[in-house]
Write a protein that binds this ligand. Structure first.
Ligand SMILES: Nc1ncnc2c1ncn2[C@@H]1O[C@H](COP(=O)(O)OP(=O)(O)OP(=O)(O)O)[C@@H](O)[C@H]1O
Length: 809
C-alpha cells in the first residue's frame, strides 16, 4: 500500500456526521519524522472518527480478553499500520532490510481503517423504502382456482399433488395455462381465445414459470395418448414421431433442472379411472455442452420427444446429426428468453430458428398425417418466451419469429404485443415491464470502502451462521449464495476461505519468531519449489499448509467461516464438478455457494435465505435474477449488495426500476466480528482477520498468483459495465491499492505476464494499459465489451496495472 504510508489524515467527522478527512502528503525530511507526523495524525483521527483508525483495545476488547497484555497489543496494532519489513518496533534503529517480493518492494501492512474515502451523500437522511404490501407476490394464489378448474387432466393433477406437493396454481399459472392449453381446453371461457397463439410470459422469479410452460405441453400430449372409449379421436403413442417440443435454456444447470421437473411430471402412473387407457410413449431427453456427443446422437436417433437443450449443442445436432428429427416440432420454448437473445447467443439462436423453420415447413411427415391434426396438437409451431426480465429486446424477436403473440405478465393484464406498441398503451407497458422482485424480498446495500470489503464479506457471512446472545454463541443453519464478477475471483475466495486460519494454528506453538517474517521467508522458498500451474478443477493445495486438505468432493470447510461447507460454481469448471455442486448445494441443509452469474438465472436451489452480491452485476437484469435465488414461491429472503462509496449512485438506477435497497452502515456489519460481550471494538478483530487472510496469501506463491489473477480478472470485469453505468463503475475511480487489499494483498500486484526484454515489457505495458488510461484503450475496451460471464472466466488475458503511485496518478 504505497500511499498509506505517506498520506496523512487531518480532521474529524464533518458536521453532517459523515466521515471526512483532509489529506496532506508528508514529503521530505527523515523517515522517522514522517512516521512521527503520521502517528500524530492517526491519533487525532482515531479520536475523532470510528472508521479512520484502529482504536487501542479497551480492557474488555477481544485481544485483552484473550489475555494479550495491553502493551503488546498496542505494538501489534502499531506494527500493522507501519512498514513491517522496513521498520521494527524500535524507531531509533535503522530499518532492517526485510524479505522482498519479486518486484523488489518491501511488504507494507497498512491499517484497514485509515485513508478510506468519504461517503459524500448523507444517506441517513434519505428515506428508507418500506414496502407497502408484504403479501408474498409469487406464492400460490389463495382463491378458488384449481388446476382442475383450469382444465388440466385429473390424473396429472393428482400426480403433481403426490409427487411435488403442488395443488394450487400461482398467479402466472392461473393466467397463462388456459391460453397455452388452447383448443384442447376442456373448461370454456369466452374471454380466452380458443386458438393456438405464440406467448410471451413475464413473471417474477420463483413464481413457477417452469411448470407454466411444461404443463400445457405434457397435458396435451397425455390427452393425445389417452382413450376413454367414448372419444372418436384415436389415442396416439409413437415415439418415432421425433422431437415435438424443444425447451432452450442459457445454462446447463438450468437445462438439467428443467429435465428433472419434466421427468417427474411425466412419471404419471396408469389411470385409476375405469376405461381410461394411456400409451406411455413420451420420452424426455437432454443435450447440453460438456456431455458426450456420441451418446446424445444415439438417443436422438431412437427418438427424444421433449428435448431440453442449451443453444450451442442444439445447433450442433441440428447441423450434424442426420437422425435428429424436428419435422413434427410443435412447441419451441425459450426459457430466460432475454438472456438467449443477448450477445453471444443471438447468432446461434437465429441459425436454430432458420433450420427449424425450414424443416417444419416441410409439413407433417406422411406417416403421421391425420394422426396429429386434432385439437391436442397445435396446427403450427407454437413459440413461448419466458423470463422475469423481458423487455424491448424481446419485441425485436417478436417481430421476426412470433406471430401475433400474447403478452402475459404476472402483475399486469393479458394483452397482445400489437396492443402494447399502440399509442398510449406503450407507457402502460413500460410501467408493466419494470423489473419487479418478490414483495417479501428484503433488499439491503452495504457501502464498503474497498479496503474493508473482504472483512465485511466475512463478517456478513459469519452473521448468517452464528448469533451472539450475551456470552452465548448460537449456531444456526443457513444457505447463502455469494455472487462474484469472474471465475478467478470465485476460485480465489473459495481457496482462501477454506485455508485461512490454518497457518495461524501451525505457528502458534512455535518460538517467538515474528510470524510475518517466517511467512515471507516461506514465500521465497515456495516460489522456488512451486512452478506448476494452478489447476482449476482441483482446489489448490499450497505446500505451506501442513494440515490435511479439508476439501471433500466439491465442497470444503474453513475455520474463518465457522466450518460451514463452502461450494463454488462457475463456467470454467468441469461439467461433472458443476453438476455435482449443483446437486450437493441444493440438497445441503447449510452452506455457502460462491459463484458467477452462471448461477443467477433460473436455478431453483431450495431454502436459500440470503444472497450477497459482492461484485455489483454488470447488467440490471442480472440484479433481478441474482436476488431471485431467494424469496421464492412466497418464502422470505434477504439480498445484500456491496457497493463502494463511489458507487452509491447505483442505488438511484435501482430506484428508477422500483428496486429499493436500504443502506446498512458498514460498522453494523463489522460489529458481527466482535466475539466478546459488551465490547464495542470491531476494528481490532477486523484488522486481525485481515492480517490472517494476508498471511494466508503470503504463505503460498500459488495462492499469491491466484490472488493476482483474481484481482486482474475482477478489474477487467469491472470494465465491462455498460456505458449507462460507466459514470458510476469507472476503472479510474477504483483505488487499485485499496482494491488489492480486498484480495488479501498488501499492494496492487504488477502484471502477471512479466518477462521478455525491457523494450518488450514497456511496449506491452503501453498496449495493455487499463481502459480510459490512454488513447490505445479503445482497442482494449472492445475486448472487454465482448466479454460475457464465460469470457471473463479466465485470466489468460491479463492487464498491466500501474505499479507505483506516480504511475497511478
Ligand atoms: N403452483 C405451485 N405450488 C407450489 N409450488 C410450485 C408451484 N409452481 C411451481 N412451484 C415450485 O416453485 C419453485 C419455483 O418455480 P420455478 O423454478 O419454475 O420458478 P421461475 O418462475 O421459473 O423462477 P426463475 O425466474 O428464477 O426461473 C419450484 O420449486 C417449483 O416446483
Amino acid at each position: 500500500m504505497d500511499d498509506d504510508g505517506l498520506m496523512l489524515n487531518f480532521g474529524g467527522p464533518s458536521d453532517s456526521g459523515s466521515v471526512q478527512e483532509r489529506r496532506t502528503v508528508a514529503k521530505g525530511g527523515k523517515w522517522r519524522d514522517r512516521l512521527k507526523a503520521k502517528k500524530a495524525a492517526n491519533t487525532f483521527n482515531r479520536n475523532n472518527n470510528p472508521l479512520l483508525a484502529p482504536r487501542i483495545p479497551s480492557t474488555n476488547s477481544s485481544a485483552m480478553n484473550k489475555g494479550v497484555p495491553k502493551q503488546r497489543n498496542e505494538k501489534m496494532i502499531q506494527k500493522n499500520s507501519e512498514v513491517v519489513a522496513g521498520a521494527g518496533d524500535d524507531a531509533s534503529k535503522p530499518a532492517p532490510t526485510g524479505p522482498k517480493l519479486k518486484h523488489g518492494k518491501a511488504q507494507v501492512m497498512s491499517s484497514l481503517f485509515t485513508s478510506n474515502p468519504t461517503i459524500e451523500r448523507n444517506y441517513k437522511q434519505e428515506k428508507t423504502h418500506v414496502p407497502e404490501n408484504i403479501i408474498p407476490s409469487n406464492a400460490p394464489v389463495a382463491d378458488t382456482t384449481s388446476f382442475i378448474g383450469i382444465g388440466l387432466d385429473s390424473d396429472l393433477v393428482d400426480h403433481m399433488k403426490t409427487k411435488l406437493s403442488i395443488a394450487i396454481p400461482t398467479n402466472i399459472q392461473k393466467k397463462a395455462l388456459p391460453i397455452l392449453l388452447g383448443p384442447s381446453r376442456t373448461v370454456l371461457d369466452a374471454e380466452i381465445p380458443k386458438k393456438d397463439v405464440d406467448v410471451v410470459v413475464q413473471a417474477e422469479t420463483g413464481s413457477g414459470k417452469t411448470l407454466t410452460y411444461l404443463l400445457p405441453v405434457v397435458n396435451r400430449l397425455i390427452a393425445a395418448s389417452t382413450s376413454d372409449g367414448s372419444s372418436k379421436i384415436p389415442a396416439f403413442g409413437d415415439r418415432a414421431i421425433g422431437t415435438v417440443a424443444i425447451i432452450l435454456t442459457p445454462t446447463r444447470e438450468l437445462a438439467q433442472q428443467v429435465l428433472t421437473v419434466l421427468t417427474t411430471i411425466l412419471s404419471i402412473p396408469p389411470s385409476k379411472t375405469p376405461g381410461k387407457k394411456r400409451s406411455h410413449w413420451i420420452v424426455p431427453g437432454i443435450v447440453i455442452g460438456g456431455d458426450k456427443k456420441s451418446s446424445e446422437k444415439a438417443r436422438l436417433r431412437k427418438g427424444v420427444n421433449i428435448l431440453v437443450s442449451t443453444p450451442g449443442r442444439l445447433l450442433d445436432h441440428l447441423q450434424n446429426t442426420k437422425s435428429f428429427n424436428v419435422q413434427n416440432l410443435k412447441w419451441l420454448v425459450l426459457d430466460e428468453a432475454d438472456r438467449l437473445l443477448d450477445l453471444g447467443f443471438e447468432e446461434t439462436l437465429k441459425s436454430i430458428m432458420k433450420i427449424v423453420d425450414e424443416r417444419t415447413g416441410l409439413g407433417v411427415a406422411e406417416k403421421f398425417k391425420g394422426r396429429v391434426s386434432n385439437k391436442y396438437w397445435p396446427k403450427r409451431r407454437q413459440t413461448v418466451l419466458c423470463s422475469a426480465t423481458l423487455r424491448d429486446d424481446v419485441q425485436k424477436l417478436a417481430g421476426q419469429s412470433l406471430i401475433d403473440p400474447m403478452f402475459i405478465s404476472g402483475h399486469g393484464q393479458v394483452s397482445t404485443m400489437a396492443t402494447a406498441t399502440e399509442d398510449g398503451a406503450l407507457a402502460a407497458r413500460e410501467e408493466e415491464t419494470k423489473f419487479s422482485t418478490p414483495n417479501q424480498l428484503k433488499q439491503t446495500c452495504v457501502l464498503t470502502p474497498a479496503k474493508l470489503r473482504l472483512v465485511t464479506l466475512l463478517a456478513m457471512l459469519k452473521s448468517c451462521y452464528t448469533v451472539h446472545k450475551g456470552s452465548r454463541v448460537i449456531k444456526q443453519k443457513n444457505k447463502v449464495i455469494v455472487f462474484f464478477s469472474c471465475c478467478d475471483s470465485v476460485d480465489f475466495h473459495y481457496d482462501l476461505f477454506i485455508h485461512a486460519g490454518k497457518q495461524k494454528e501451525q505457528h502458534e506453538n512455535e518460538d517467538d519468531e515474528d510470524l510475518t517474517q517466517k511467512v515471507l521467508r516461506q514465500v521465497l522458498s515456495n516460489e522456488q519449489h512451486h512452478k506448476k500451474n494452478f489447476k482449476r478443477d482441483t482446489p489448490p493445495k499450497p505446500a505451506a499448509e501442513s494440515q490435511k486438505d479439508e476439501t471433500v468432493g466439491v465442497s470444503g470447510i474453513g475455520k474463518v467461516l465457522e466450518n460451514v461447507p463452502i461450494f463454488r460454481l462457475h463456467g470454467d469448471l468441469a461439467q461433472s464438478v458443476r453438476t455435482q455442486t449443483y446437486h450437493e448445494f441444493g440438497q445441503a441443509e447449510s452452506g455457502i455457494l460462491l459463484c458467477t452469474d452462471v448461477a443467477a438465472r433460473g436455478l431453483d436451489l431450495p431454502d436459500v435465505n440470503r444472497i450477497i452480491q459482492y461484485d455489483a452485476p454488470s447488467d440490471l437484469k442480472d440484479y433481478v435474477h441474482r436476488v431471485g435465488r431467494t424469496a421464492r414461491l412466497g418464502k422470505a429472503g434477504e439480498a445484500s449488495l456491496f457497493l463502494l462509496p463511489s458507487e452509491m449512485d447505483y442505488l438511484d438506477i435501482l430506484k428508477a426500476q422500483d428496486l429499493h435497497a436500504s443502506i446498512i452502515p458498514v460498522e453494523n456489519v463489522l460489529s458481527n466480528l466482535i466475539t466478546y460481550a459488551n465490547s464495542q471494538d470491531f476494528q481490532t478483530p477486523a484488522q486481525e482477520l485481515q492480517n490472517l487472510l494476508e498471511q494466508c496469501v503470503l504463505a503460498s506463491s500459488e495462492r499469491m498468483n491466484l490472488a493476482r489473477k483474481s484481482y486482474w480478472s475482477s478489474v477487467r470485469a469491472y470494465a465491462t459495465h455498460s456505458a449507462a453505468e460507466k459514470h458510476i463503475f469507472h476503472i479510474k475511480k477504483l483505488h487499485l491499492g485499496h482494491y488489492a487489499k480486498s484480495f488479501a494483498m498488501r499492494e496492487a500486484p504488477s502484471d502477471m505476464n512479466e518477462g521478455g526484454s525491457k523494450t518488450q515489457k514497456k511496449r506491452k505495458q503501453k498496449n495493455d494499459r487499463l481502459p480510459g488510461m490512454n488513447k490505445k484503450s479503445n482497442r482494449t475496451r472492445n475486448k472487454y465489451d465482448q466479454a460475457d460471464e464465460f469470457a471473463i472466466a479466465s485470466s489468460g488475458y491479463q492487464l498491466a496495472g500501474p505499479r507505483t503511485k506516480r504511475k497511478k496518478n
